[in-house]
Design a protein. Structure first.
Length: 339
């Protein structure tokens, strides 16, 4: 996929695997819904491909939601304000960052948030227990140059302006607003493997039992959804699998080597889980696949086989495999239908 615009640097963004996820995008969708929007990477990819005409971006992080709205609706204005901040920092980068961070915690101005995200360590949003942004700057860089940032902002806006709703709701409060016959819902809650009951990206975390209850309600309304939640890196699994009672179809996507693994000289590949709802599976007409045990041993075994052998080993039906598994990238190296 062509490199798509992304003015909001955001750790955990699905930008690098958006094309893998979208190979499971349903037909006949009028609106794409992201309930944990983050940088809205998936919606940008959906818009670029022309897979939906309307978008609903939601994130509990209100300053982030306001930043997304500002970029979409007033791209030139926020680009100008970012340039002003970027140029004002020159020669006093560290002190200026600290001053902007203090001011942002009082005002929540979108352009200040964009500047902080462009400068902070690993583009990682972090808040203290008082809900204040407290991430440190990456002192090795000044943040994206205003020329490049302006280009990204304008392209991002062009893909979403005039057809996007932006909200900052608790995901549990969105259920009645979702249209089963028109919407496709994508959920990317705080990564289960890196947080407990509270995630530093949010003032409060996402409780597993509450998430499961919400997914059950989506199923009851026959809503098509996909969820990124747990995964595997090297010899470690992150997070417990979702309950079998939800009837979700699980796929592991090759997300490549993490930045941390690269820096440490490690060859650990990260595989992220993607859960498909029964309604989505029905829309895609996926055939039920054999229940393959999801363990590290299986992961290492399947990674060593060739693409064609993988399809044969997992006994994919001839109608399914060619459409969703290419030799360019193996989207799923193990598939489990949770019954």
């Amino acid at each position: 996929m062509k490199k798509l615009p992304q003015p909001i640097p955001y750790q955990g963004s699905k930008r690098n695997i958006a094309d893998l996820i979208l190979d499971y995008f349903p037909q006949g969708v009028a609106r794409m819904v992201e309930l944990f929007a983050g940088s809205a990477a998936l919606s940008i990819a959906v818009s670029y491909r022309g897979l939906a005409q309307k978008f609903w971006l939601n994130d509990l992080n209100q300053p982030l939601a306001e930043l997304i709205r500002y970029i979409i609706e007033n791209p030139l204005e926020i680009a100008d304000k970012y340039q002003t901040l970027w140029e004002a920092q020159l020669g006093q980068e560290r002190q200026f960052y600290d001053d902007v961070r203090d001011e942002f915690n009082r005002t929540h101005c979108p352009e200040q948030f964009l500047y902080l995200l462009a400068r902070c360590v690993k583009a990682s949003v972090r808040y203290n227990s008082n809900g204040e942004f407290n991430q440190s700057p990456d002192n090795r860089r000044k943040g994206r140059h205003p020329t490049g940032m302006r280009r990204e902002i304008q392209a991002f806006s062009a893909l979403l302006k005039g057809r996007t709703k932006v909200t900052s709701l608790d995901f549990r409060d969105t259920i009645a607003l979702i249209e089963p016959t028109e919407d496709f819902v994508y959920l990317d809650p705080p990564y289960q493997g890196t947080s407990g009951t509270r995630d530093a990206r949010y003032c409060s975390g996402v409780d597993l039992s509450e998430l499961v209850a919400f997914l059950d309600k989506l199923n009851q309304r026959n809503i098509m959804f996909a969820l990124s939640y747990d995964g595997v890196k090297g010899d470690k699994s992150y997070g417990a699998e979702l309950p079998n009672a939800l009837g979700l179809y699980k796929i592991l996507l090759d997300a490549g080597r993490s930045t941390q693994s690269t820096l440490l000289g490690q060859d650990h590949i990260t595989y992220e889980s993607l859960y498909l709802s029964p309604a989505l599976v029905s829309n895609l007409d996926l055939k039920r696949q054999p229940n393959i045990r999801n363990s590290i041993q299986d992961v290492q075994t399947i990674r060593r086989v060739k693409p064609v052998d993988l399809q044969l080993t997992m006994d994919f039906s001839s109608s399914f495999a060619p459409s969703y598994f290419s030799t360019d990238h193996i989207l799923a190296f193990t598939t489990t239908y949770l019954r």
